[in-house]
Write a protein that binds this ligand. Structure first.
Ligand code: FES
Length: 156
């Protein structure tokens, strides 16, 4: 079900919100997957909040819907089941621990690689969950696995 029709402009595609399921269901399962305007997404329900993102990990296309959610440095992250990359649910940043080689006694510090996984907007209306694709025109690594040939191979 769509709230309004999709409008395209030459600069940027505008996407309508798409109903992906019921609030009751995602609260029970903690996550759900959906195809929104031909893009595969995963929606997590964690600590009372919804987070939607591209389903394939920005690193090599791993299936994020099969990962575990863990907190690192106070930030909730989905941990990719393939190579354990950590992606923050709130921002889509790839985070990692680094050690200063010039100071080996220092404790490892959490660092960010910046936004690597494209997040999408989740809204709830009358018990239904809607996802609106994020069309911000920035280069996001997860776009590669969400579009084109890779997506077709993974979906088949
Ligand atoms: Fe996700 Fe490598 S594919 S960590």
């Amino acid at each position: 079900m769509e709230l309004n029709s999709s409008v395209q402009n030459p600069e940027r595609k505008e996407y309508s919100s798409v109903c992906v399921g019921r609030e009751d269901d995602i609260k029970k399962m903690g996550r759900m997957t959906a195809v929104v305007h031909d893009r595969e997404v995963v929606i997590f329900y964690h600590k009372g909040e919804y987070h939607a993102m591209d389903i394939r990990c920005y690193h090599s296309g791993g299936p994020l819907h099969l990962g575990e959610i863990e907190d690192f440095d106070g930030r909730s992250c989905i941990v990719c089941p393939w190579h354990k990359f950590k992606i923050t649910l709130a921002t889509g940043e790839g985070i990692y621990q680094a050690i200063d080689p010039k100071d080996p006694s220092a404790k490892p510090k959490w660092c960010s690689k910046g936004i690597k996984q494209r997040l999408h907007k989740v809204t709830v209306d009358n018990g239904n969950i809607y996802v609106t694709l994020n069309n911000e025109p920035f280069k996001c690594d997860s776009d590669f696995y969400a579009t084109g040939n890779f997506k077709v191979i993974q979906s088949s």
